[in-house]
Design a protein around this ligand. Structure first.
Ligand code: GDP
Ligand code: MG
Length: 460
């Protein structure tokens, strides 16, 4: 595949950050929609994605007079409920997103979730920018609807500017503590891009800095990712979520990174019990500038080209595993070969147990989250061996697996770390009976913390 800046697909961008930082609201602001206020409790419950066509990006960034021509056909932004689902955005072991926006609330600074996001971005080698959001909350801020940031800043009185500078300096200091250099994006020299985090101040309520954020994303992608973004016919398609939906039975939400999907294509999907061979019954996407979470906004397609966020309806998808890649069976393909390929990804992750066979058991809801948990456990600071791996809820059989460690005289390893999964009542009961520990949490940080604390008391 030759790099070709005239034949680019849309970059895939993920928006992450701590709860309430304003991720959904930022997207609402660009779309001119109101998803955030219609969410239950204002909290994002499922993954959403929005496609922003190039014309919209052009329009929104006009005031900045972009010098470089827009070469990408658009921008696909994925909004997630939290970093638990970000970590599911994977593709063959690395990040699925080409670039990310890490949203930080200027009034709050860095939070534990922000720090965990930073670590994930680093592990996945995903380039990112920081949206320093809620600048309108600075006391005395004068609204400059949708203005580029520098223009808005120049219209603020001295006190507001001082307050802004003070908070910015503090947050730059926080990033430094995490091992990252950062600065306002327009102060960073070209050669330092990527080394120093670009900070874009924004308001999701009044739109200041939004033009800057969009332009920076697009420019960065066009400048540094031509290879990666050159459109390829070879299908690359990852399952994000498996959903039981009324009428259609189960559907899967996928990101099509490269290639084309058609209605009627025979596909193979990685399933809990083995490969699932099925046929695409329907392909649908949200309207551009809308998203799937808004009811009644589906567009149906006979065929669809990357990059897009798509809902696939087909039979037998119930046991599909999120975070895996799907394959299309072509006329000349050997189905058995493709089945093997499809399951390969799962096998690679499930094979990541310690060679000695000694270690704790881990359990997570998806392949992506499992992989992220394993990555964290492997880091030198943590360094906890893993003896058993599972996807989905913890059942009795998983407790039996963990119990084996008691026989291997590794009492502390007779432990299950259950990340964002349920534990069945009889699994709890059995664990109690045999002295197997089960820790549950919905952040990796908390799981590891709990287990380390347990190890420490165990040593004494
Ligand atoms: P998310 O959890 O990161 O998706 O955050 P939301 O988009 O749900 O926003 C959380 C809350 O912060 C909501 O009440 C928003 O109205 C508010 N909010 C988000 N962005 C801004 C902003 O730029 N300025 C102000 N003043 N409030 C904001
Ligand atoms: Mg949200």
């Amino acid at each position: 595949q030759k790099a070709d800046s005239e034949n680019l697909r849309s970059p895939i961008c993920c928006i992450m950050g701590h709860v309430d930082a304003g991720k959904t609201k930022l997207l609402d602001c660009i779309r001119g929609t109101n998803v955030q206020e219609n969410e239950a409790g204002g909290i994002t419950q499922q993954i959403g994605a929005t496609y922003f066509p190039a014309e919209i990006l052009k329009d929104k960034t006009r005031e900045l007079k972009p010098d470089a021509a827009l070469k990408v056909p658009g921008l696909l932004i994925i909004d997630t409920p939290g970093h638990e689902s970000f970590i599911n955005l994977r593709s063959r072991g690395s990040g699925l997103c080409d670039i990310a926006i890490l949203v930080v609330d200027i009034m709050d600074g860095l939070k534990p979730q922000t720090v965990e996001s930073l670590k994930l971005l680093k592990m996945r080698k995903t380039p990112f920018i920081v949206a320093l959001n809620k600048v309108d909350r600075l006391y005395g801020w004068k609204t400059c609807q949708n203005a580029p940031f520098v223009k808005a800043k120049n219209q603020q009185c001295k006190d507001v500017q001082n307050e802004f500078n003070k908070r910015l300096t503090e947050i730059i200091g926080n990033f430094k503590e995490q091992g990252w250099n950062s600065d306002l994006y327009y102060k960073i020299k070209n050669k330092d891009m990527g080394e120093t985090i670009s900070i874009v101040p924004t308001s999701a309520i009044s739109g200041e800095g939004i033009p800057d954020m969009l332009l920076l994303l697009v420019k960065w992608c066009q400048k540094t990712m031509v290879d990666k973004l050159t459109y390829s016919e070879k299908l690359q398609c990852t399952v994000l979520e498996v959903k039981a939906s009324e009428g259609d039975g189960t559907t899967i939400d996928v990101v099509l990174v490269n290639g084309v999907l058609h209605e009627g294509d025979q596909i193979v999907v990685c399933g809990m019990q083995g490969p699932i061979v099925t046929t695409i019954r329907a392909l649908s996407t949200p309207h551009p500038m809308k998203e799937l979470r808004v009811k009644g906004t589906y567009l149906h397609h006979k065929e669809i080209k990357a990059a897009q966020f798509i809902k696939i309806a087909a039979q037998d998808l119930k046991h599909a595993i999120a975070g895996t890649n799907i394959f299309v069976v072509g006329p000349d393909d050997d189905l058995e070969v493709i089945k093997k390929l499809t399951m390969g990804d799962k096998k690679t992750v499930m094979d990541r147990t310690d060679k000695t066979g000694k270690g704790i058991c881990v359990q997570a809801p998806t392949l992506g989250s499992l992989e992220a948990l394993l990555d964290f456990l492997k880091t030198p600071e943590v360094n906890i061996p893993v003896g058993g791996i599972g996807i989905g809820p913890v059942h009795k059989k998983d407790v039996m697996k963990a119990r084996v460690m008691l026989e291997k005289k590794k009492k502390e390893y007779a432990t299950i770390l259950a990340f964002d999964v349920k534990v069945s009542p009889d699994a709890w009961e059995l664990a109690d009976k045999y002295g197997v520990r089960i820790f549950i949490a919905d952040t990796i940080y908390s799981l590891i913390h709990q287990f380390k604390a347990y190890l420490n008391t165990h040593k004494e």
